[in-house]
Design a protein around this ligand. Structure first.
Ligand SMILES: [Zn+2]
Length: 77
């Protein structure tokens, strides 16, 4: 299932755990059934994958980073 992308050159999709590309490198101790993969628009290859729980954590970290930058630039102006 494709989940849409962003302009930095990746799109995301969710696959069952059985379709993980690098099982050895998957950090997951939650027993997640689904894995989110980031696929490069350039190579068409899976460049990054992480389980649903880790993906949500990563999303929160990115949101916090994005928002904190916006706040600091607001303070500067
Ligand atoms: Zn997990």
């Amino acid at each position: 299932m494709s989940l849409g992308g962003f302009q930095s050159g990746f799109h995301a999709r969710t696959v069952p755990r059985s379709q993980v590309k690098w099982e050895t490198y998957l950090i997951c101790s939650h027993g997640c059934e689904e894995v989110i993969q980031l696929i490069s628009h350039v190579s068409g290859e899976v460049e990054f994958e992480l389980c649903r729980v880790e993906a949500e954590r990563m999303g929160r970290v990115l949101l916090e980073a994005a928002r904190s930058k916006r706040e600091s630039s607001t303070r500067l102006s």
